[in-house]
Design a protein around this ligand. Structure first.
Ligand SMILES: CC(C)(COP(=O)(O)OP(=O)(O)OC[C@H]1O[C@@H](n2cnc3c(N)ncnc32)[C@H](O)[C@@H]1OP(=O)(O)O)[C@@H](O)C(=O)NCCC(=O)NCCS
Length: 164
């Protein structure tokens, strides 16, 4: 297997980095997959944490994932995307793990859930269900339409370790 390119994952913290996240999403979801551009940037964007994966040292953006609050003790994973030419390098796995680590830290500090667990919800495209299943995501309910394409609600019970 070809070696994974050098990279870093940051939390987008200024307008330029947020726009870079949107560009990766539009490349993947709109141009590659054909989802409508009108719904790509949505009501969750202003209230989400945006993780941006970029190559080093060039800082070219190639992957994204987004985290938002879903309800009390529940978070939402959305807009996971890696540019087509950079797939199968485990970048998708690394983005999900980074999001899970962030949730664990957030739940630990902010909401006093150490030693318990929180829920992470995801609306998965059908072919990607098996990718999320590797982390323990379990389907809930029937498939439904989102942005013109069938999706499945998945839920993960994410343990929140006790702080050392
Ligand atoms: C889904 C996506 C982010 C995965 O990114 P990636 O960097 O290629 O994935 P990884 O290299 O981390 O893959 C890890 C494992 O998941 C599997 N996998 C990767 N993409 C998959 C997919 N689309 N469906 C099912 N399994 C997948 C790989 O085979 C690999 O399995 P292994 O550990 O047994 O070898 C990427 O395919 C993508 O951007 N797809 C288009 C956008 C999309 O569908 N996003 C999800 C919306 S719900």
């Amino acid at each position: 297997m070809i070696e994974q390119p050098a990279h870093e994952i940051i939390i987008a913290s200024n307008e330029e980095e947020i726009q870079q996240c949107y560009k990766v999403r539009i490349d993947v979801f709109t141009h590659e997959q054909g989802f409508p551009i009108e719904t790509e940037i949505d009501h969750l964007d202003p209230v989400s944490i945006h993780f941006l994966l970029r190559l080093k040292p060039s800082l070219i953006p190639i992957g994204v994932i987004r985290c938002s609050q879903y309800g009390p003790g529940t978070y939402k994973l959305s807009r996971l995307a890696v540019l087509k030419e950079y797939r199968r390098f485990k970048f998708g796995v690394e983005l999900v793990q980074t999001l899970h680590n962030w949730i664990q830290a957030d739940a630990n500090q902010g909401q006093g859930q150490a030693g318990g667990s929180v829920k992470v919800v995801c609306h998965s495209q059908i072919p990607v269900k098996s990718f999320y299943a590797k982390f323990g995501y379990i389907p809930e309910g029937e498939e439904f339409d989102e942005d013109g394409d069938p999706h499945q609600k998945l839920i993960l019970e994410l343990p929140i370790p006790l702080q050392s």
